[in-house]
Ligand binder design. Structure first.
Ligand SMILES: Cc1cc2nc3c(=O)[nH]c(=O)nc-3n(C[C@H](O)[C@H](O)[C@H](O)COP(=O)(O)O)c2cc1C
Length: 389
């Protein structure tokens, strides 16, 4: 997604500066051309040679360089995107006040391409109303921000301020470069994962769904500006903190949450592998081993069918069908039976993997996409959105 894209990476003097080395590496490996600007204080944390060795591109630290062109202008003109990772309270404050007193802040003043801040700092610094007002001001002016994560901070405090996972920053950059914010104003409900149906305090029934596809769709839609609500059961990956999400372990919990959220959704994408059966009774005490144990099961509510039967005007409903055989044929049956707009058919073999191969089927079309789940998620969204227009 980033092949040939020109990314300017601004590194400021935060403790997370060393983490940006991995970001530079991910961007470079994905085919982007990455040039780096480091503030003087950033150089106290990481040496410029580290970024130069990773990106194979210049790392610029000085404003006044007799051998170079007027660098703040040439770098600003060159870049498709400027990413400041980590962004200190200082750089945010300087930009919000129009200060241009070093190469990075001056380049930010001169650039017309999007500027993306990844703030990371102590919780009290982040919560400081001056920092918050500066972020609001810059957001209103069109600068992009990624929320810091909550967790243990290097300073010993616990709370919001941690540098996010580079994987998430990478997703953000790649989706933004390709799609900008084309889903603003859309309410999208996504389910993900595998339900857990409890037998006793120790045991439950579940299935192989990892939730990766649902997370990829929720993540892609969120970055493209949609108002996403994620309802998830057992997922193998961490749910990004920036997603508005509700955990619903059992099929019945998922049924209740989805029924409540459905009406507000313009688009509902049901990727979760909802349990078809649940134990007839739940034993509060752990069931002892016997030789002739029998487990009686009840059918769960068919959430997708219920949504299909209760559609209001213009709502788009998308189901997923993971099959072991006759994948497309079985999916078409489900599309019709459940009154869906689209069904995404895939082979059970892709469960848990980062790559997939999916056929998106509607009543009058079939499109096959394969690749990394995040990239396929964008293709699925593109196909759905075309119908919504
Ligand atoms: C050990 C250490 C760690 C720091 N970590 C952070 C940080 O994570 N975030 C932040 O905003 N400032 C942090 N600071 C403060 C900045 O380095 C300071 O505000 C500096 O002026 C930032 O300069 P710059 O924005 O030009 O790079 C830290 C300072 C020290 C000494």
């Amino acid at each position: 997604m980033l092949r040939g894209k020109k990314i300017l990476l601004g590194i400021t003097g935060g403790i997370a500066a060393y983490k940006a080395v991995d970001l530079a590496s991910r961007l470079t490996k994905s085919g982007a051309i990455v040039k780096t600007i480091m503030t003087n204080n950033a150089c106290e944390f990481v040496k410029p040679i580290t970024f130069k060795s990773i990106t194979h591109q210049p790392v610029i630290t000085k404003m006044f360089n007799e051998e170079a062109d007027i660098e703040h202008i040439s770098l600003a003109d060159w870049a498709d995107l400027l990413v400041i990772a980590p962004a200190t309270a200082n750089i945010i404050g300087k930009v919000a006040s129009g200060i241009a007193d070093d190469l990075l802040s001056t380049t930010i003043m001169a650039i017309t391409s999007p500027v993306f801040f990844i703030p990371a700092m102590n919780i009290n610094m982040f919560n400081n109303s001056i920092v918050q007002k500066n972020i609001t001001k810059l957001t209103d002016l069109g600068y992009l921000f990624m929320e810091p994560e909550i967790g243990m901070l290097a300073c010993g405090y616990e709370g919001k301020g941690r540098y996010p996972d580079n994987k998430e920053i990478f997703y953000y950059i790649s989706a933004y470069i390709s799609y900008k914010q084309d889903l603003v104003g859309k309410n999208i409900l996504v389910t993900a994962g595998a339900n857990q149906e409890k037998i006793d305090p120790m045991r439950f029934i579940t299935n192989y769904s990892s939730g990766k596809m649902g997370l990829a769709i929720a993540r892609a839609a969120h970055i493209r500006g949609a108002n996403v609500k994620l309802v998830y059961a057992g997922v193998s990956d961490k749910v990004p903190e920036y997603l508005d999400s509700i955990e619903a372990y059992s099929a019945e919990e998922m049924h209740q949450v989805v029924s409540k959220e459905y009406e507000a959704a313009d688009i509902t994408i049901m990727t979760a592998a909802v349990a078809d059966y649940t134990p007839k009774t739940y034993s509060k005490q752990k069931i002892k081993k016997t030789d002739n144990f029998k487990l009686e099961l009840n059918r769960t509510n068919d959430i997708l069918k219920e949504l299909g039967d209760n559609r209001t005007n213009g709502q788009i409903l998308v189901g997923f069908a993971a099959e072991s055989n006759d994948i497309v044929e079985n999916a078409i049956v489900k599309l019709n039976e459940k009154n869906l707009d689209f069904i995404c058919a895939n082979d059970l073999k892709v469960s848990g993997k980062d790559e997939t191969c999916i056929t998106v089927i509607s009543k009058d079309s079939q499109k096959k996409y394969d690749g990394e789940k995040f990239e396929v998620a964008h293709k699925i969204l593109d196909t759905i959105i075309k119908k919504a227009e």
